[in-house]
Design a binder for this molecule. Structure first.
Ligand SMILES: *[C@@H]1O[C@H](CO)[C@@H](O)[C@H](O)[C@H]1NC(C)=O
Ligand SMILES: *[C@@H]1O[C@H](CO)[C@@H](O)[C@H](O)[C@H]1NC(C)=O
Ligand SMILES: *[C@@H]1O[C@H](CO)[C@@H](O)[C@H](O)[C@H]1NC(C)=O
Ligand SMILES: *[C@@H]1O[C@H](CO)[C@@H](O)[C@H](O)[C@H]1NC(C)=O
Length: 414
């Protein structure tokens, strides 16, 4: 209760003080003429002691995290304060004047720079920016800036990646024995943070690192990408393409459509590969898993295109002139499950139905094959190619689904 009353009185006296313009002018004369304040002198009575700068950071906005250039653009307000023993006055002599505003160039300021700046080191604030000086000598400075900070990007789990970007500040030119930086209890203040459409702010932290020749304060900003856009615009279309790619085996070899179809799918993969690569840093040491997946799928599409071209060529052969290799017939029959059908037919003829025999696939193939040679069934090249289409559809289908499952589970587990 007592504390509240004192606080109320102090607020009332601050606001309803009877300061006049003359009071402020007198104070300026006192500080700068009588006391001869020198901005070049480190403001501490014992020059062997360091000036303690209380260093807070308020994150306003993530303007952009340029993943290709590896630069974080963040709009922040710094909250710096220190005790200047050369400033300070007795309020009663100046109409109870508690604080004044002075241009930042009129008082000593620590030479704070962003060490990992992408655009070169420059001082904080601007000439017309005021600092607030309290009658007890405390100086408060709130420079605001959009920093471009170099940030190492790891796109391994793109688009489900999390990036941690540091903002490293140092008091440039001062030794730890001259200026020390200390964080404020709250760390990074995100009270005024405006959410970014691309990144979710996961966490913030800070640490003070004292080395032999400099002291730095590092604010870490951890950001997680909002993946929905990339999932909809890249991952889903690529998954759909992988299944369209399999449909090439439904197109008959005759008619000339098959070749065009497979090449179109290959080109589509190339386009999406370019799209994904354009969003990555060119020198990423861990390559993105999504790129690896795209490369595997493009390679699969290349193999399918080559096989398709060969099959189209083969389908023009005359089986009377060019003998069909036996292994091709076996594969074609595997694809069409001919061995089963042949067996079923034979079983009916023999009026013997054996479930066990049917289940024995490999044996069945060999038997069916023997059956065919026995019955001297003549396949045409086109028939064999059609059977081969079915076989290849199954093989590439299993491969595609397996790779997609592995990719999605690895990405999802990040
Ligand atoms: C200044 O500080 C140093 C170390 O803290 C101390 O040794 C020295 O005596 C101090 N000087 C004065 C004048 O107080
Ligand atoms: C200024 O001095 C006061 C009293 O000694 C202390 O409580 C405060 O933390 C100091 N401020 C800074 C920024 O070091
Ligand atoms: C001076 O006053 C300000 C505001 O009332 C306060 O935050 C600061 O800690 C004080 N500093 C000292 C050295 O007492
Ligand atoms: C600056 O930091 C101090 C803590 O040291 C906090 O009390 C104060 O509210 C902050 N000021 C602003 C404008 O963020």
């Amino acid at each position: 209760m007592d504390v509240n009353v004192v606080l109320l009185i102090s607020i009332l006296t601050t606001q309803c003080g009877t300061q006049t313009v003359q009071n402020v002018k007198d104070l300026r004369t006192y500080l700068f003429t009588t006391n001869a304040y020198d901005v070049r002198v480190r403001p501490i009575a014992n020059q062997s002691d360091p000036v303690d700068i209380s260093f807070g950071l308020s994150l306003i906005n993530i303007v952009n995290l340029d993943v290709v250039q590896e630069v974080l653009y963040a709009s922040v307000v710094l909250n710096l304060s220190w005790n200047d023993t050369e400033l300070g006055w007795d309020p009663t002599s100046y109409g109870d004047l508690q604080s004044i505003q002075l241009p930042q160039g009129d008082v000593w300021t620590p030479n704070i720079i962003l060490k990992n700046s992408q655009s070169g080191a420059s001082g904080l604030g601007y000439a017309a920016l005021n600092v607030k000086v309290w009658n007890n000598g405390t100086v408060e400075w709130f420079p605001s800036e959009t920093f471009a900070a170099i940030c190492n990007i790891n796109v391994k789990y793109f688009p489900f990646d999390t990036q941690t970007c540091p903002l490293t500040f140092i008091a440039y030119g001062y030794l730890p024995s001259e200026v020390i930086l200390s964080g404020v209890p709250g760390g990074v203040d995100i009270g005024d943070y405006e959410t970014s459409p691309i990144w979710t702010l996961v966490s913030t932290s800070y640490s003070v690192e004292v080395q032999d020749d400099d002291v730095k304060i590092v604010f870490n900003i951890e950001l997680k990408r909002k993946a929905l856009f990339t999932v909809i615009s890249v991952i889903l279309p690529v998954l759909m393409l992988t299944f369209l790619n399999l449909c090439v085996f439904f197109v008959p070899c005759t008619g000339g459509e098959k070749s065009g179809y497979s090449v179109t799918i290959f080109l589509s993969f190339a386009v999406f590969l370019t799209l994904v690569e354009a969003t990555m840093p060119p020198t990423s040491s861990p390559i993105s898993l999504l790129s690896v997946y795209m490369i595997i799928m493009t390679a699969e599409s290349t193999v399918i295109t080559i096989i398709t071209q060969i099959m189209i060529r083969c389908s023009t052969f005359d089986e009377k002139k060019t003998i069909i290799p036996h292994w091709l017939i076996v594969l074609a029959e595997l694809g069409k499950f001919k061995y089963c059908r042949a067996k079923c037919v034979r079983s009916k003829n023999d009026e013997v139905t054996s479930v066990d025999e049917k289940a024995d696939g490999v044996k069945g193939v060999v038997e069916a094959f023997e059956d065919n040679t026995k019955s001297e069934k003549i396949y045409t090249w086109v028939e064999v190619m059609n059977g081969l289409d079915c076989f290849l559809f199954i093989v590439f289908g299993i491969f595609t689904v397996l790779v997609a499952i592995v990719m999605l589970s690895v990405l999802g587990s990040s």
